[in-house]
Design a protein around this ligand. Structure first.
Ligand SMILES: Nc1ncnc2c1ncn2[C@@H]1O[C@H](COP(=O)(O)OP(=O)(O)O)[C@@H](O)[C@H]1O
Ligand SMILES: [Mg+2]
Length: 254
């Protein structure tokens, strides 16, 4: 294993049936306990890379190692939070959160108790018996995150989780996510196309070029996420990171 990387991609390439080359020779180390973002223009292969790391689709070239071992499919140490939430519409919020544990055969009382605690952590106590279609986009997102926390995966993969919620909800949820992660040793790999979001949340930012996605730059803003959210947004290092990212990405805007 390279340093303390919990996830490593080595020479990952992906060409879809039909000939679209989405990724080329992507080698990235994701350090344990850090929040890394994949940032790049739409269509550059961010979702593809995240799905390959999740083991949901195979690469055509290269490999992914998790804790030093080559993966060949999904695993319990990785939880995927989908862009469209992927909640079960026919199940209550509680059951949705407990679903991963249900699949693993955890007894009902244990999994319901765990799900209740995770729902409380994401601020959704009182909604256990609601159904997904009774929730706002921001609340569904919280359910998705609670589900990832419930299975206690070390690695949480999030694909543009805030893209379908309004700006206020997005900011609130970004703040909540940082607070939630502060006391946990979770490794998060987070996909976004928002420069501000990447700069605000990340320990590490991997900039991808347009398709086929390749690693363009890796930035480590060192903003210090133990600070107050409003302080972060005024911090020189945050503002510098936003500027630096934009200077790199703007060459890709035609
Ligand atoms: N299942 C698929 N079959 C064929 N092409 C795909 C498939 N999924 C994604 N693509 C193409 O691969 C490229 C990268 O897609 P994606 O990983 O979704 O990019 P991003 O998430 O960065 O917007 C795009 O051109 C997209 O159209
Ligand atoms: Mg995507």
């Amino acid at each position: 294993m390279a340093g303390d990387a919990i996830v490593e991609t080595r020479g990952v390439g992906k060409t879809y049936d039909g000939g679209v080359e989405a990724l080329r020779d992507v080698s990235i180390d994701f350090p344990r306990g850090q929040l890394s973002t994949l940032l790049g223009p739409s269509g550059c292969g961010k979702t593809t890379l995240l799905k390959i790391i999740a083991g949901l689709i195979p690469p055509n070239a290269g490999e992914v190692r998790v804790k030093g071992r080559k993966i060949d499919g999904p695993g319990p140490e990785r939880a995927f939070v989908f862009q469209d939430f992927a909640l079960l519409p026919w199940a209550t919020v509680l059951r949705n959160v407990a679903f991963g544990l249900e699949l693993r055969g955890v007894p009902r009382e244990v999994r319901d108790e765990t799900a209740r605690r995770r729902l409380a952590e994401v601020g959704l106590s009182g909604f256990e018996s609601s159904y997904p279609n009774q929730l706002s986009g921001g609340m569904k997102q919280r359910v998705g995150l609670a589900r990832a926390l419930a299975v206690d995966a070390d690695i949480i993969l999030m694909d543009e989780p805030f893209s379908s919620v309004d700006e206020q909800t997005r900011r609130k949820f970004q703040e909540d996510l940082l607070v939630l992660l502060r006391h946990r040793q979770k490794t998060v790999i987070f996909v976004t196309h928002s420069i501000e979001e990447a700069a605000y949340l990340s320990d590490r930012i991997v900039l991808l070029s347009p398709r086929p996605g390749t690693v363009s730059r890796v930035l480590t803003p060192d903003i210090g996420h133990d600070k107050d959210p409003d302080e972060i947004r005024r911090d020189r290092r945050y503002l510098d990171a936003v500027d630096e990212i934009w200077q790199i990405l703007k060459q890709y805007v035609t």
